[in-house]
Design a protein around this ligand. Structure first.
Ligand SMILES: Cc1cc2nc3c(=O)[nH]c(=O)nc-3n(C[C@H](O)[C@H](O)[C@H](O)COP(=O)(O)OP(=O)(O)OC[C@H]3O[C@@H](n4cnc5c(N)ncnc54)[C@H](O)[C@@H]3O)c2cc1C
Length: 399
């Protein structure tokens, strides 16, 4: 059986490895000529690591993963530790430690394992045809490739998704901006084996150990979408957003290298049920695009890959049936993981808004107006009044 995989991200590469492992001929097509991972690092939680173990990558991931033994929440303003605890009981319970890893290291590990020369780079998928026996993929350069089935692991803006759903589903701004990067580990910022998160004012700053004396850092700040992204302003902006925060946060901001710091407006996509059409199926962010609050998007893509291979290993009732079985096994779990961060944010925003008299008044007024459109307008107006710098930008947090 020949399988076409579109996308050489975490999902496509893991799918390629899992399907090849059960004896199928897999070809991966990737639109870019050189993979540049979006984001500095990623935490591969125990479920994701177990998938990599299954793919025979256990020792390789542990070699490039950071050693995270405990976690702590720290009051961002005072610097007081709110809670700190060992993660060992969790690892004992689930039987696997997680690994925060540099994205570049992870991507290289997966590409090398699949075989760099076996990936067709610079091939952008622009068309899919399924005649019930074979799937034909057409690429931007006019060339085509045939396979018995096609896996769309083509990420958040998936072409394969619009083929399956018949429309491009709009992603939703999650209400916050994330800055992330790598920095030399420094015990004055966070102990080298600890995941530390500073929290206050609805914002957070996090530090996690990755390998080779480096730490992954990120800042999350609730902001409207579409603000200018000027690298040269990162220091000043973060100093402003985190004014008055504890010394380690100030030191981190002063020390970060803006040239290698990423800025991401966080989006997600409402879950949907149809992941397959005939001999075409979605995998990874193409199928479920979640905000990173739970650190599960990449881990879910790894789980998808393993379950897809299980479902295709025997396909007595045909390929279409095997793909439907894959969808049935995966969709409920990933739907839960997309919805959970949305719920969490809604509650956090409600709490934040609760502090604001204007918003409280707007909420009271909400209760007198049962028309949903009016409710939304009052809330947005109240938040704009409280945060005049938002201007006319839309503010999605909890509204
Ligand atoms: C700030 C941030 C932090 C995160 N942290 C974590 C974390 O800690 N843990 C975790 O598990 N997850 C995390 N995630 C989520 C994780 O990054 C994604 O879920 C994961 O990378 C998705 O992998 P993917 O292979 O499905 O998609 P992608 O990585 O987007 O790969 C898709 C590939 O398809 C290619 N492609 C797209 N269109 C076409 C086309 N038409 N033709 C050919 N190729 C195409 C793209 O170039 C790309 O290489 C985080 C996400 C963000 C934004």
């Amino acid at each position: 059986m020949k399988i076409i995989v579109i996308g050489a991200g975490i999902g496509g590469l893991c799918a390629g490895l899992a399907l090849r492992r059960i004896g199928y001929n897999v070809e991966i097509f990737e639109q870019v000529t050189e993979i540049r991972p979006a984001g500095a690092a990623i935490s591969i939680w125990s479920n994701g690591v177990k998938c990599l173990n299954y793919l025979g990558l256990g020792s390789k991931i542990s070699a490039i993963g950071g050693k995270m033994d405990s976690m702590a929440y720290v009051d961002g303003l005072s610097g007081d530790t709110l809670t700190a605890f060992s993660l060992q009981p969790l690892y004992d319970r689930v039987g696997q430690r997680p690994y925060p890893v540099s994205r570049a290291d992870l991507q290289s590990m997966l590409i090398d394992e699949f075989g760099r020369d076996l990936i067709h780079f610079g091939m952008k998928l622009t068309g899919i045809e399924d005649d019930g026996e074979q799937v034909t993929a057409t690429f931007a350069d006019g060339t085509t490739a045939n396979g018995d089935l096609l896996i769309g692991a083509d990420g958040a803006h998936s072409f394969a998704r619009s083929y399956i759903l018949g429309e491009q589903k709009p992603r939703r701004y999650a209400g916050y901006v994330n800055w992330n990067g790598l920095i030399e580990t420094d015990g004055n910022l966070s102990p080298p084996d600890r995941w530390t998160t500073f929290v206050a004012e609805g914002k957070r700053v996090s530090l996690m150990p990755v390998s080779n004396g480096r730490s992954y850092f990120f800042f999350d700040v609730p902001l409207p979408a579409g603000l200018p992204n000027e690298r040269g302003h990162y220091h000043a902006l973060l100093q402003g957003y985190f004014k008055g925060w504890a010394a380690p946060v100030q030191a981190l901001i002063a020390r970060l290298n803006t040239a290698t710091t990423n800025r991401v407006e966080i989006h997600d996509l409402d879950p949907f049920d149809h992941w397959t059409k005939g001999r075409v199926a979605l995998l990874g962010d193409a199928a479920h695009n979640t905000a990173p609050d739970l650190g599960q998007g990449g881990c879910m893509a790894m789980e998808d890959a393993v379950v897809l291979a299980h479902c295709l290993q025997s396909h007595s009732n045909g390929i279409e049936d095997a793909l439907l079985r894959y969808q049935t096994r995966r969709a409920p779990r990933t739907t839960d993981l997309v919805l959970r961060p949305q719920e969490k944010r809604r509650h956090a925003c409600d709490r934040y808004r609760g502090k604001c008299a204007l918003v409280r008044r707007a909420q009271k007024r909400d209760r007198r107006h049962d028309h949903a459109g009016h409710r939304l307008q009052y809330r947005r107006r109240a938040v704009r009044l409280e945060h005049p710098h938002l201007g006319n930008q839309s503010w999605h947090c909890g509204t």
